[in-house]
Design a protein around this ligand. Structure first.
Ligand code: MG
Length: 385
């Protein structure tokens, strides 16, 4: 039997993390859990550690350290706390693959540390590539490691280009469900609440990405993520709205041929492929039935109503630290929207203002990204007050 693949899951108690553990639980001969980490959810982290017996866990919020330590010490599981522990644990010798399922900017530093230690990455934390795609992809190349996409659209493209490595991509077409407010106009969006925005028609996901789906920022972030993952020029990335979320994305090659990857919206499939590539393991996920979906439809995204998508394209074109500005401003407005502090349309207004007002840096260093993130957050809060 082959050696088991030893996995570290950063963010194991979130939506992606828990589904990754589902996948691992159904293939115990293939995987071994080496590290689990959580931000705040100590109770679930303890439960997961008892089931999967990792070598070590990290609870990022050290208020919960004593609780986790008391529960796992008798089981011989090492317990660490704090953000710095997260950045060092990913470098453990016994890890083969790091699944980064953290939310937002917080994923950047541990991802850099993991790549520096030569670990392959299963990337669910798209913000890492949005913020610092140039730095991350250069580092990955220097270290000779692979970044396997977990995002369903990017997994679709990755699956389409398997076996096509010599063949240049003409363009990629990312599909978007359109979110819960597809077809609505600005006047209708003014009073949309958090409860309405959190009701995604096809996908069950964490709060941040669900709000990003409602504003189309999620697709904007994915456009930038795709550019870096597949080494494309901005004009090679397109978005098409596909409300059924069955075609997960498409690749057009230089002969005009288009390949698509299809399936039911179920994140376990892309998660599993990112962890098993180049193999496909047998799964019992529900199968797609064409007769249940007699019509798959496609339409142009409404970028006037959903400004965020246009702003993301603009940030990608301007490049430098502008995608980092876009992301930082967006993280602030989404968290303020989730606290009912700002309205739905105010989100893209603040992002747009930040893109106009922050200083442009053409070739940012890691320190520049850190400073841009910090300063943009301050600016976004000023604009909200
Ligand atoms: Mg996606």
């Amino acid at each position: 039997m082959q050696n088991k693949k030893r996995i570290a899951i950063l963010g194991s108690t979130g939506s992606i993390g828990t589904q990754a553990l589902d996948v691992i639980a159904s293939h115990p001969d293939f995987f071994e859990v080496e590290v689990l980490t959580a931000q705040n959810n100590a109770a679930l982290l303890i439960e997961q550690a008892k089931q999967f017996k990792p070598n070590a866990v990290v609870i990022a919020n050290d208020d919960h350290y004593a609780q986790v330590k008391a529960a796992l010490d008798p089981l011989d599981i090492k317990v660490y706390a704090g953000e710095n522990a997260l950045a060092s644990i990913v470098q453990m010798d016994t890890i083969d693959l790091v699944l980064t399922a953290l939310v937002g900017y917080s994923g950047l530093k541990p991802t850099i540390k993991a790549i520096e230690a030569g670990k392959n990455i299963a990337l669910a934390n798209k913000e890492t590539l949005v913020v610092a795609g140039e730095l991350i992809t250069r580092l990955a190349k220097d270290k000779g490691i692979n970044i396997y996409p977990v995002d369903s659209e990017h997994s679709a493209i990755f699956q389409c280009i398997v076996g096509e490595f010599q063949n240049p991509i003409e363009k990629i077409i990312l599909t978007a469900s359109g979110g819960p407010f597809r077809g609505k106009k600005r006047e209708e969006l003014v009073n949309m609440t958090k409860a309405q925005a959190l009701k995604h028609p096809n996908w069950t996901m964490g709060a941040k990405v669900t709000i990003d789906s409602a504003t189309l920022m999620n697709k904007g972030l994915e456009v930038i993520e795709a550019k870096w993952l597949f080494g494309l020029k901005p004009e090679q990335v397109e978005v098409i709205v596909h409300p059924q979320s069955i075609v997960h994305s498409l690749v057009q090659f230089e002969d005009g041929s288009i390949k698509a990857q299809l399936g039911l919206p179920d994140m376990r499939l892309p998660i599993q492929f990112a962890m098993t590539y180049p193999q496909r393991l047998k799964s019992n996920f529900p199968r797609f039935d064409f007769t249940a979906y007699p019509a798959l439809t496609f339409e142009k995204p409404d970028m006037e109503t959903f400004r965020n998508l246009a702003l993301a394209f603009e940030a990608m074109q301007r490049a430098g630290n502008m995608p980092c500005v876009l992301n930082a401003a967006n993280e602030v407005v989404v968290s303020e929207f989730l606290k009912d502090n700002i309205g739905f349309l105010k989100m893209s207004e603040v992002v747009e203002q930040c893109l106009l007002k922050m200083d442009f840096i053409a070739n940012p260093s890691y320190e520049d990204y850190v400073a841009t993130d910090k300063e943009t957050r301050i600016k976004a809060f000023e604009l909200i007050k």
